[in-house]
Design a protein. Structure first.
Length: 224
């Protein structure tokens, strides 16, 4: 595939076609990485008839070059560093700690904004499909994988529209399956692979989660 995805929703629908083996499976959970991964995950959850939730992680951007990830953090004290970036730029531990502290505040804010009073999803013994709108360095996804693996899923799938082949190969060693639609040798930036890569808002994330909750409640009533 050489054409761009129209938007995150189209990318999610296309990914869902590669994940049909999981449709209607019991103990299946689709987790989107906020914010951009949630619209992609929403389409997958809808297509597979699975519940949707989120996996909160935050990229640790290099100061003054925030788009470049030197690592990522996730709930529960998980921290993953991209040592290639850290070592090549000579970033010291105090700088990493300072950025991590700032991003932890945003992580906690998003948890309150998106989840509210809803309980955390049950991960243990579940088949989990972990979704983002693309992978560049892989730091953010590795943090997400780390926090999910701590909770002992039965099977863990990473599903993304676009990522470099070397990153997919590396992630394959950490999860059970990696599904990626486009694997360019030179990624440059995830947004270049979308016609519309406008920022996903907090409100969109909340609305998608709320809509999926209603769908799941109605489905439970149907099968009761």
């Amino acid at each position: 595939m050489t054409n761009k995805f129209r938007d995150r929703h189209e990318a999610g629908k296309m990914l869902a076609k590669r994940l049909t083996a999981y449709a209607n499976c019991q103990d299946l959970l689709v987790l989107g990485l906020p914010r951009g991964g949630v619209p992609v995950a929403d389409e997958i959850a809808t297509s597979l008839n699975a519940p949707l939730d989120i996996c909160l992680v935050r990229k640790l951007g290099v100061p003054n070059h925030e788009e470049l990830a030197m690592g990522a953090i996730a709930s529960g004290g998980v921290r993953v560093l991209n040592y290639d970036v850290v070592d090549s730029l000579g970033i010291d531990s105090s700088t990493i700690d300072e950025v991590a502290a700032k991003e932890l505040q945003e992580l906690q804010r998003r948890d309150r904004a998106y989840r509210g009073n809803r309980p955390l999803p049950e991960i243990k013994n579940q088949t989990v499909i972990l979704v983002d709108d693309g992978i560049a360095t892989g730091s953010t996804m590795r943090a997400a994988i780390a926090i999910i693996q701590q909770q002992q899923p039965q099977y863990l799938v990473v599903a993304v529209p676009v990522a470099p082949p070397i990153t997919c190969e590396q992630l394959q060693a950490e999860v059970d399956e990696v599904v990626c639609l486009v694997m360019p040798e030179s990624l440059y930036a995830i947004g270049l692979w979308y016609q519309d890569f406008s920022q996903t808002t907090d409100a969109e994330v909340r609305n998608l989660l709320a809509r999926q909750s209603v769908i799941n409640i109605n489905a439970d009533k149907t099968y009761a």
